[in-house]
Design a protein around this ligand. Sequence first.
Ligand code: SF4
Ligand code: SF4
Length: 259
Amino acid sequence: MKPKIAVHKFTSCDGCQLAFLNLGEQLLEVFELVDIVHFAEAGAVDPEATVDVAFVEGSISTPHELERIRRVRANSKYLITIGACATAGGLQALRNGAHSADWLSQVYASPQYIDTLADSTAIARHVKVDLELWGCPVNGRQVLAALRALLFGVAPLNDADKVCIECKRHQTVCVLVAHGVPCMGPVTRTGCGALCPSFGRDCYACYGPAENSNTESLSRRFAGLGLMPVDIARRFRFINSAAPAFATAWQVSGEGERN
Ligand code: SF4
Ligand code: SF4
């Protein structure tokens, strides 16, 4: 019998599921190795199925999602989060610094119909997660590599190196040193192939914090480039603002008191 796979969606934009689908022909090979029993974006719907591996996209933002993630965990042997929303609360976690009751009435004409939690949180805050794959969106190749590893009984690679390492491997000119742009690569987790610097752009940390990120030192470097504290805080308070290493970094930069 083939192992069973499910792909679940919580609060998210579906971009990580699309990264999965964009694997194209490689996905057809995956279909030969596993049974995909729940993946609404691809057509299979059986959300309560018991599976060997559950991939989870999206953050926990509503009481209903809180109940649902507990059932997903109970029905799965391995649970892997995919993307910034599932691993760190996502862009929507920017609301965690405000009071939800205040903004609900400002955003919605009929806020009484909105049933939301005060915060947007990562899946690991609520249930045990076996592997976290970062990125906004996640890299389809990483998803495939994790799945292959599990199918062959090997522990999946948890690559937490910095984007800088990939720039060096690809001999990409450092945009921070050569052009003085505030690149987040020195504190950001690898996995994208240093995509933005390879096009001469600064990294904006969509892969979240790398291991041993020296956010304080990078903040000082940004200040040396002329960035004001509020601009430094915005570099950290973006897609992965609720990831612990970045959350404390922007508080250190002096902007945390505003909320
Ligand atoms: S991590 Fe990014 S691409 Fe993935 S669901 Fe969240 S917002 Fe969309
Ligand atoms: S270089 Fe940075 S912002 Fe660009 S894709 Fe990679 S992690 Fe994301």
